[in-house]
Ligand binder design. Structure first.
Ligand code: PFF
Length: 447
């Protein structure tokens, strides 16, 4: 295919700010506000936060820039772009790894996005702030069939946004949401930090105690950096394909990376003071946000309204991420089978919904057939996809953009100093760190 054909393969483009907002919209979501606080609680508090920031800066940002350059140059789905630029179908096969990862993430992500919609309704109707036992409420809800109805709604809404196309659907949606969310988070963080007794939570979040780290902490921090930046799943490659040539990808990378970190830190500033004030264990797990925040909202004036708005905005942020997760396999099907956008999206949405159903049901304590090796299917899929598939596919990106495809340097458009730094990180630092973490976790490497 000639260059001009490649450049016209994606005629529907983002505007410059629209692209940054859409990419921040993809990266900001449940990963920041649901996952980051609960894994920080489980895997080492402030020491884990440091590991996470380290992974974002040294591994995440170089790979993010690499994915954007691959997408913009290849102008196709993750798999197609890699096949075009790598000059062989084999690279297209490798590109299937991120496509699979984003599909599986969509399956369980839409379940959690559904929880937040349900909690928004509970909060607006006043049920959530009437002092119920929030742990019991959450356990009874996630184990029931109700989340499946919400999962269906989330998948449907996500699919409808994508069917409208990139600039009409995704861009407009993100432009409103991302700024609205940050404003509400700042207000909530101030409220939470000024609660009486907030200090204990703040020191859990900011004062590192390295003895709290577990053997899995580094792996989980690495996986979270990938999950949170939407890396290793083809999202940023797929979005890169819709970016104009004049856009500075270096600036975009910094904006996306730092923007993403900001949302995670704000979420921590809201959650950790609240859990210590209300006597909730930081090791609560996946229910942490859904147990801690209702208690905090119940203690606030206009708590139902504020809580409802928070959960609604969180659900919308989750949908902007789900949009990008569903776009990846849909774009792949469009390119691979030549199907129309609507047919491809419908096909993938139905499949992803069906895979999400057993994930959701596996959280019922009695569904023993969905517990594998002591883990619910839900946690198992999340753990393997996030902590193994994403870093592995990130590793492939470092090799592809660092060693195989020579056009990365020109496409990145960086000043010489930044280019040298980026290439050093991409070719040496990021892959070596990812390998070390994977080898350490699998027990091949011992400290
Ligand atoms: N980065 C998103 C978040 O942190 O919530 C999650 C996500 C986005 C996952 C896009 C998968 C994906 F394709």
């Amino acid at each position: 295919m000639s260059d001009s054909e490649i450049n016209h393969a994606r005629s529907d483009r983002f505007s410059s700010t629209g692209f940054i907002l859409a990419a921040v919209g993809s990266s900001v979501g449940l990963g920041n506000m649901w996952k980051f606080p609960y894994i920080t609680g489980l895997y080492g508090g402030a020491a884990f936060v440091l590991l996470f920031i380290f992974c974002i800066l040294l591994i995440g940002l170089p790979i993010l820039l690499a994915e954007l350059t691959i997408g913009r140059s290849g102008r196709g789905s993750a798999s197609l772009s890699m096949a075009r630029l790598g000059g062989s179908k084999a690279w297209g096969g490798v590109g299937l790894l991120p496509v699979t990862a984003s599909f599986l993430i969509m399956a369980f992500y839409s379940v959690v996005a559904g929880w937040t919609l349900h909690y928004a309704m509970l909060s607006f109707s006043g049920v959530l702030t009437n002092g119920a036992n929030y742990e019991e409420l959450f356990a009874a809800f996630v184990g029931s069939w109700v989340p499946i109805c919400w999962e269906f709604i989330v998948t449907l809404v996500t699919a409808m946004i994508i069917v409208r196309g990139v600039s009409a659907g995704i861009e407009r949606f993100n432009k409103l949401l991302i700024p609205a969310l940050v404003l509400l988070l700042i207000v909530l963080a101030i409220r939470s930090m000024t609660l009486e007794g907030a200090g204990e939570g703040l020191s859990f979040f900011f004062r590192p105690d390295f003895s709290k780290l577990t053997t899995e902490s580094a792996l989980v921090a690495l996986g979270q950096a990938f999950f949170s930046l939407s890396l290793g799943m083809g999202t940023m490659m797929t979005y890169g394909a819709y970016v104009d040539k004049r856009q500075s990808l270096g600036t975009a990378t910094l904006a996306i990376g730092l923007g993403n970190l900001l949302y995670a830190l704000l979420a921590g500033l809201i959650i950790f003071p609240a859990i210590f004030v209300f006597g909730i264990a930081p090791t609560e797990g996946a229910g942490l946000v859904f147990v801690a925040l209702p208690a905090a909202f119940a203690a606030m004036p206009f708590g139902s309204l504020i809580g409802g708005t928070f959960f609604l905005l969180l659900a919308l942020a989750a949908i902007t991420s789900a949009v990008s997760a569903l776009e990846v396999p849909s774009a792949f099907v469009m390119d691979a089978f030549g199907w129309s956008r609507s047919t491809s999206v419908l096909f993938i949405a139905i499949l992803s919904f069906l895979v999400g159903v057993p994930c959701s049901l596996s959280l019922n304590q009695e569904a023993e057939w969905l517990i594998i090796g002591g883990q619910s299917l839900f946690n198992g899929v999340d753990f393997v996809v996030t902590n193994v598939l994403l870093p592995l596919s990130g590793l492939i990106v470092t090799i592809f953009a660092g060693y195989i495809w020579k056009g990365a340097r020109a496409e990145a458009g960086l000043h010489p100093g930044w280019l040298r730094l980026w290439l050093f990180m991409l070719r040496i630092v990021s892959p070596v760190l990812v390998l070390l973490v994977l080898l350490y976790y699998t027990g091949v490497l011992k400290l």
